[in-house]
Design a protein around this ligand. Structure first.
Ligand SMILES: [Zn+2]
Length: 323
């Protein structure tokens, strides 16, 4: 009588036992993990399904490894919001049309206040003697990014200030914030843009005293800079300070500590908590205290892959010890 073929779980067991004696190979580890993970399915449905599941997993991994670019900027134009009293954006055609040489030519003259739309504040903005744009090296404007989601708190309380506890909670879930990170806070505020009534959250958008929008509290800013060596900070609200803050205390602190920051970002809800590089680069204007930027994030998924690989390795190690 012919003995029945070994069941899929038995095959998986055999392979994992070889780990004790054979040379480590990543493909083998993956095979072991996959077979063990899908063993219950295999016993019911046979090997063809396993192949399909493994193929799906490989495709999933390839997708995770692909870079994804997220534009974090509002457009700069007639609708751009500026702080009350600051002149808005203007574009005038210097020339636009067919020339006598038979070719098309368009060139414009633009003017804008520095602090409007998605823009970066240089230390000179609130610190006497602080660096202007041309003093800041390019490496100040990009780095590994993390996103703190405060949209829930801001939805309940438009005067919400992000605190140290919120940052510690983020670390509890995601690990310690690395030095020289770019810290972005998503208050869920960008869908209000460019409606000045909704964005400044007031019936009188020419009077900043009536504004109500959230921001990062002074203590949280101090903690980020002094305890976590944060290099760049970004928010999706008009100001890093919440609207009702006294004397722009967060602006004063960051500028005094030579930390640039970006205001009125958008699409932060499309970013993961970490695993990306964030860029927010202004022109190197001589004497500039800030400027609109084209901010964006390159999400690479590498962080997720590292975590996945760590769990795979741990699982195989445990099984190799037990079996
Ligand atoms: Zn500004």
């Amino acid at each position: 009588m012919t003995p029945p073929p070994p069941s899929p779980p038995f095959r998986a067991l055999t392979i994992s036992r070889r780990l004790h004696t054979s040379t480590y190979h990543p493909t083998m580890l993956w095979t072991v993990v996959s077979l063990l993970s899908f063993a219950p399915v295999m016993s019911r449905s046979g090997g063809g399904l396993v192949d399909r599941l493994m193929l799906q997993r490989q495709q999933q991994q390839q997708q995770q490894q692909q870079e994804r670019v997220v534009d974090l900027s509002h457009t700069l134009g007639p609708d751009t919001l500026f702080w009350p009293g600051f002149p808005g954006f203007n574009l005038t055609h210097l020339v636009k049309g067919n020339t006598s040489g038979g070719f098309w030519l368009e060139a414009n003259w633009i003017s804008t206040s520095e602090h409007g739309g998605t823009h970066l504040d240089a230390p000179a903005h609130f610190a006497q003697g602080g660096e202007h744009l041309q003093d800041l090296s390019v490496d100040k404007f990009f780095g590994p990014g993390i996103v703190v989601n405060a949209s829930g708190q801001a939805a309940v309380n438009p005067d919400f200030q992000l605190g140290v506890t919120d940052l510690e909670n983020w670390e509890d879930q995601n690990g310690r914030i690395s030095p020289q990170s770019v810290v972005l806070v998503n208050f869920g505020w960008s869908p209000r843009y460019p409606d000045r009534y909704r964005y400044f959250n007031t019936l009188t958008p020419d009077d900043p005293g009536t504004f109500h929008f959230p921001g990062i509290g002074l203590q949280a800013l101090q903690w980020l800079v002094q305890q976590r060596d944060t290099k760049l900070i970004g928010v999706d609200v008009p100001s890093v300070d919440h609207a009702q803050a006294q004397n722009f205390e967060g602006h004063q602190f960051l500028c005094a500590h030579r930390i640039p920051f970006v205001e009125s970002l958008t699409h932060l809800d499309q970013l993961p908590a970490q695993g990306m590089t964030v860029y927010a680069v202004p022109l190197s204007i001589v004497g500039g205290s800030g400027l609109p930027v084209r901010a964006f994030a390159v999400v690479n998924g590498a962080e997720g892959m590292r975590v996945w690989n760590m769990w795979c390795f741990l699982l195989v190690w445990v099984l190799a010890k037990c079996l």
